[in-house]
Ligand binder design. Structure first.
Ligand code: URA
Length: 247
């Protein structure tokens, strides 16, 4: 865990013991708060994390600082925290301890693109929950070109062996020889979903890259294997508040 120093009143708010800094002041007057076993009354007292232990009425309180890394996942790397033989996405982010951090959802080993790595379980749950229908857009190179019937099927939902895909948004980009490029936006994240949807309408996926989640786009400056840290506010706003990809 990263080391950091903060005021006691801020810590009490972040740890959920007090509602606000004003409340924390009151809280320090009426509750027994100790820092490393010594009674604390000064809201401005500095505490060092994660070394100092703060107790409220005899009970230890902690708070976890959430961090968010946006990775351009390269092909050949596994979306997991550990793997016995393969390289994992966590090994590309040295500052994210695989004991605390994990990828939000999965991209196949051969898929590239936008993957968020965090230690925020609630954020990950919200992003991947099928009920929340957060849109995910993929750049896809396929064999052949999707015809009107295929487009309609992709957009209406396709009956696959074990489930029916939810309506997606298909956009043709270009074709070259016997392949074409397109964008597909889906709102769930089932195993091999994009590949299976195209397969069902007669096309094989030759290259797959996730380029957007909600209205958050993979920064073009990020080469495969590179990552950037974002704040929770930046990602929440782009993913949950202003999802412009509504289908
Ligand atoms: N759909 C797929 O088929 N593979 C991915 O990696 C992501 C979505």
């Amino acid at each position: 865990m990263e080391k950091e120093t903060m005021r006691l009143d801020r810590f009490l708010v972040l740890a959920g013991a007090a509602k606000s800094r004003t409340d924390a002041k009151k809280f320090l007057r009426v509750s027994l708060v100790t820092v490393n076993g010594v009674k604390a009354t000064d809201p401005e007292q500095k505490i060092n994390l994660p070394d100092d232990s703060v107790n409220v009425n005899g009970k230890a309180i902690t708070y976890q600082k959430n961090r968010y890394f946006v990775l351009n996942k390269p092909a050949g790397v596994i979306s997991a925290t550990k793997d016995r033989i393969g390289e994992t996405v966590l090994s590309l982010i040295p500052e994210a301890d695989p004991k605390e951090y994990f990828p939000v959802g999965r991209l196949d080993k051969d898929t590239e693109g936008l993957l968020i790595i965090t230690n925020d379980g609630a954020f990950a749950h919200r992003l991947t929950s099928p009920r929340k229908e957060v849109s995910k857009t993929y750049f896809v190179r396929i064999t052949g070109t999707v015809n009107e019937d295929g487009k309609r099927k992709l957009e209406e939902g396709i009956v696959l062996a074990d489930y029916t895909s939810k309506p997606a948004k298909y956009r043709f980009l270009s074709e070259e020889g016997d392949t074409s490029d397109c964008l597909l936006t889906i709102t769930e994240g089932r195993f091999h979903e994009v590949k299976r949807m195209f397969h069902a309408v007669g096309h094989e996926v030759l290259y797959l890259k996730r380029i957007q989640i909600g209205s958050f786009s993979l920064p073009e400056s990020l080469a495969p294997g590179q990552y950037l840290e974002y704040s929770g506010e930046q990602l929440h706003e782009a993913i949950f508040t202003t999802d412009k990809n509504e289908l």
